[in-house]
Ligand binder design. Sequence first.
Ligand SMILES: Nc1nc2c(ncn2[C@@H]2O[C@H](COP(=O)(O)OP(=O)(O)OP(=O)(O)O)[C@@H](O)[C@H]2O)c(=O)[nH]1
Length: 299
Amino acid sequence: MTQPWPEDFRSGFACFVGRPNVGKSTLTNALVGQKVAITSSRPQTTRHAIRGIVHRPDGQLVVVDTPGLHKPRTLLGERLNDVVRTTWAEVDVVGFCAPADQAVGPGDRFIISELRKVADRTPVVGILTKTDLARPEVIAGRLLELQELADFAEIVPVSAVSGKQVELLTDLLLGQMPPGPPLYPEGELSDEPETTMIAEFIREAALEGVRDELPHSLAVVVEEMEEGRTLKIRAEIFVERPSQKAIVIGRGGSRLKEVGTNSRQQIENMLGTQVHLDLFVKVAKDWQRDPRQLRKLGF
Ligand SMILES: Nc1nc2c(ncn2[C@@H]2O[C@H](COP(=O)(O)OP(=O)(O)OP(=O)(O)O)[C@@H](O)[C@H]2O)c(=O)[nH]1
């Protein structure tokens, strides 16, 4: 019997690492070609290891999106760092991202040294992101800085926004994958459970335009999904303090309404069905420090 995939087919897992806000989620979306990981101009909003799957005739690349590594101040912070390290140790290739509009610095060196502690033999591809934001001579300088930072298997400049070199990046990452059959059926873009993606869409909408300290204080749980002519979804947005609840709800409920409209559109796009979305805001005091609450909220 002949196998249904080419002999030289490659498949495996990749993840992107780098300082907050360097463009890891946007790059995942650009590679996969559809919005699967949430992006935000605010650092450290990527919570779950969301996979995007790149299907090609010559291979399959499963991209795992990890949260940013950061100084743990709470139990949540520690758990997130554990998630990061576990992911790093398990993938076939790591894409280290640094943005073209910023110099390589201590943050990058810290991540590289942490990376080497858990994955000393995993090939690392150096990725200079956001090249649309820098002039060619600046990009050239940054590439040299990257070259000195670590022993990368490859170094490649890309722009997720313009799409420049994104295909080449896929080639290079696939080139580091072991030979093997496709890991997921064709057409599948992500193996995140639907409820997780729905919760992420709501979280993303709720974070839009709010103050800097709010991101880590916000969690979303999908409580109920009821199939019918329209899909009824009931979700709860958890904050830590009554003052934050007021911010999320807004004057006369105006912000919450906006959050509902925006996330409902995203959910409808993803599921291809009409959605009725009910959102509730609840205060769960200090949920980031409380192991029981963390488990309930899925961490
Ligand atoms: N101009 C430009 N902006 C980009 C590009 N890639 C990402 N951005 C912007 O940079 C910001 C951060 O992008 P994200 O993809 O959320 O960054 P991240 O590294 O995943 O961030 P964390 O989840 O905080 O770790 C967003 O405002 C993006 O729109 C790019 O290629 N060009």
